[in-house]
Design a protein around this ligand. Structure first.
Ligand SMILES: [Zn+2]
Ligand SMILES: [Zn+2]
Length: 198
């Protein structure tokens, strides 16, 4: 992979690593396997090749940062801060199947906050989140970077028809603004986010 088309302003606040990666694939017409190949090319031990977007090594996150100038490690650290209540398994606070907002996904946008178990509405649109594929009615496991068509369920159902859309148009028309605040014991989500999201 030579150069990559990516503008820093395309990364939106609270955006999930998955969402950014899907948009990188769309704006560059590259496949998930190409991206994985690139992220793993320095590894001699191919069995360590990682495909799960939430389990990328710091090295892989650094490579993504080199490509895009986006601080992927910071996104991951924000997620970890949100789950500081659970020390042993921080990702326990996030759903493993996809939870998404239909309005957000129309802007090629998905947030890690949609995955956060303490919220069941979109924190930007305050509408109920979708938790199943509308076609096969199953959970959508979305973490495999190798998924051929971005924003798509395993069954082939596209959450949004992105293929013929100019990505930059979608990316630039939506700025997520937090519309909820969650109090959980001594812990307030909106304050916590303002503190860790720069
Ligand atoms: Zn939304
Ligand atoms: Zn499906």
């Amino acid at each position: 992979m030579g150069t990559i088309i990516w503008r820093e302003e395309w990364k939106r606040p609270y955006e999930s690593i998955w969402s950014v990666i899907e948009n990188i694939k769309i704006s560059n017409s590259i496949s998930g396997s190409d991206l994985i190949h690139y992220l793993n090319d320095n590894k001699t031990d191919k069995t360590r090749s990682v495909r799960n977007v939430n389990k990328l090594s710091e090295e892989a996150l650094d490579k993504l940062k080199e490509l895009t100038n986006i601080d992927f490690l910071a996104i991951k650290n924000t997620m970890l801060k949100l789950s500081k209540l659970e020390r042993n398994n921080p990702l326990h606070y996030f759903h493993t199947h996809l939870c998404y907002c239909e309005k957000c996904i129309h802007h090629n946008y998905h947030s890690y906050l949609h995955q956060y178990k303490l919220i069941d509405v979109c924190p930007f649109h305050v509408t109920k989140l979708q938790t199943k594929c509308k076609d096969c009615k199953k959970d959508i496991y979305h973490y495999n970077i190798a998924q051929a068509i971005p924003f798509t369920c395993k069954c082939g159902y596209q959450l949004y028809q992105t293929i013929d859309e100019p990505t930059w148009r979608n990316l630039s028309t939506f700025e997520p603004v937090l519309n909820i605040s969650i109090k959980h014991d001594n812990y307030t989500l909106s304050e916590n986010l303002q503190e860790c999201y720069q």
